[in-house]
Design a protein around this ligand. Structure first.
Ligand code: NDP
Ligand code: 2IT
Length: 449
């Protein structure tokens, strides 16, 4: 065991003494700790102030009951949460997730990640995550509206433009943000930047819907450019078929790549070796807007083959881009990707690649880019939405796209600056070190809190 491994083991032992039954959160903490403990050891102020240890406990966790009636009049009870992780560099900021598997383990992991991601954007945003164990799939508009109203009736007292600014995430898209923000406005009588991801007609930003997916592709272009490569002709296996996946696919296709797959929790939509045509992707986006429709039910209209029970990673590709959910790419999938010649894995989703899979990718010299760097474009444009709201002045689409490209390029630069190793750029190391640095400096400035 090296000194660094020893230090990490001691740090995780202290974590385990205070936290039980939080495997997802522990995994996220271990990954960041492995990167930043050497920097901490070299700075006595960081050691003394126990900065990283403090970040393993969120500032606060808000938990509440959400009670609502379905269309048949039956009463349902769900759990709602907001994990406010750190406001060291700005108001709490991060998405709300509606999914049956939402729990405080996953939310603490995601809120922790969000703090470093938001720090990397350079904008004044702290980290948070929230949501409910509510499954919006198959629910009517009226049911979604009742649920969102009940959820916001509890959450509104904890958020605001200077305190905490939620946005969408898995299961929370334009429709849900509309109902949530509508209720916030109704209760408080104010129309402020208390949420982002709003419709462009009522305070939202151009490009916010596309920003996460587009941003991943902009980041990928920088990664490839370091090896004098472009996306032209490269085959990309994309997972998911939601906001992130569809916009990533759209931008990949426009950049000359071949998008080979999309997927959902039940199977994979295969395009064939030429990749999806732009028209197929546009049709899919249309079909998936508004009320929920499973991917299998879109296959015929899109003219592609749906393989039930298959993951996107079974498809031979140059690049794998997981854009669905946490832990969706495991060690076996990583082995399959390596055997099929994959060279790059870039995360559109949050924490989709397991620790064992990351180790497998590393041992096969596959370049890996973590979500906290690659998918930061969404929250970055959320930050720009707040700025526009505060100025009462909406910016043009081209202007925002340019700013997004600039922010992704700066995040890439930081990853290179802090992640350069004799074997090339370690993007996880770079993202963790650079993201942590800003947060840690701010915490030192504030004293012990
Ligand atoms: P959406 O709800 O729009 O889409 C999620 C998609 O992922 C759906 O197609 C869903 O399929 C699929 N999915 C869910 N679970 C699985 C699974 N186990 N295997 C395969 N597919 C699955 O969510 P988003 O696109 O907004 O979010 C996707 C990911 O990106 C999440 O990790 C989120 O945290 C992250 N992210 C989102 C940002 C945003 O701005 N929206 C910003 C940064 C990160 P099904 O219909 O079957 O459930
Ligand atoms: O994971 C994420 O970065 C998001 N879901 C977007 C958060 C935001 O506040 O825009």
């Amino acid at each position: 065991m090296s000194n660094g491994d020893d230090e990490l083991a001691r740090f995780l032992a202290r974590f385990d003494a205070h936290h039980q039954g939080l495997p997802e959160f522990r995994g996220a903490v271990a990954e960041v700790a492995a990167s930043v403990l050497p920097d901490i050891a070299a700075d006595s102020a960081l050691v003394r102030a126990r900065v990283l240890e403090r970040l393993t406990v969120p500032d606060r966790i808000i938990a509440f009951r959400v009670c609502w009636e379905d269309d048949a009049g039956e009463v349902h009870v769900n759990r709602g949460y907001r994990v406010q992780h750190s406001n060291a560099v700005g108001p709490y900021k991060g998405g709300l997730r509606f999914h049956p598997q939402v729990n405080l383990d996953t939310l603490q992991a995601l809120a922790f990640e969000q703090t470093f991601k938001n720090s990397l954007t350079g904008l004044p945003m702290g980290g948070a995550k929230g949501g409910a164990d509510f499954d919006p799939r198959g629910r009517s508009d009226a049911e979604i509206m009742r649920f969102c109203r009940a959820f916001m009736t509890e959450l509104y007292r904890h958020i605001g433009p200077d305190t905490d600014v939620p946005a969408g995430d898995l299961g929370v898209g334009a429709r849900e943000i509309g109902f949530l923000f509508g209720q916030y406005k109704h209760i408080t009588g104010t129309v402020t930047a208390a949420m982002t991801g709003k419709g462009v007609l009522w305070g939202g930003s151009q490009v916010r819907a596309e920003a996460t997916g587009y941003g991943v592709v902009y980041f990928l272009q920088h990664v490839l450019a370091r090896g004098q490569r472009t996306l032209e002709g490269l085959g990309v296996a994309v997972s998911g078929a939601g906001n992130v996946a569809l916009h990533a696919a759209e931008k990949l296709c426009a950049s000359g790549a071949r998008v080979l797959t999309l997927s959902d929790s039940r199977g994979t939509l295969e395009a064939g070796p030429g990749g999806f045509a732009a028209e197929q992707l546009a049709r899919l986006k249309e079909l998936r807007t508004g009320e929920y429709r499973a991917l299998a039910d879109c296959a015929a209209a899109v003219g592609a083959r749906y393989v039930a029970g298959q993951k996107a990673w079974a498809t031979s590709c140059d690049i794998a881009m997981p854009c669905a959910t946490q832990n969706e790419l495991d060690e076996n999938d990583a082995r399959t990707l390596a055997a099929n010649g994959c060279r790059w894995v870039i995360e559109g989703a949050n924490l989709p690649v397991t620790a064992a899979a990351r180790a497998m990718l590393r041992s096969n010299s596959i370049v890996f880019v973590p979500g906290k760097a690659a998918n930061a474009g969404g929250v970055a444009v959320s930050g720009l939405e707040i700025t526009q709201n505060r100025m009462s002045l909406p910016w043009e689409r081209a202007d925002i796209d340019q700013r997004l490209q600039h922010i992704m390029s700066r995040i890439h630069d930081q990853c290179v600056q802090y992640g350069e190793t004799p074997d090339g750029v370690d993007y996880s190391l770079g993202a963790n070190r650079a993201g942590f640095r800003r947060v840690a400096r701010a915490m030192l400035a504030f004293g012990i809190q």
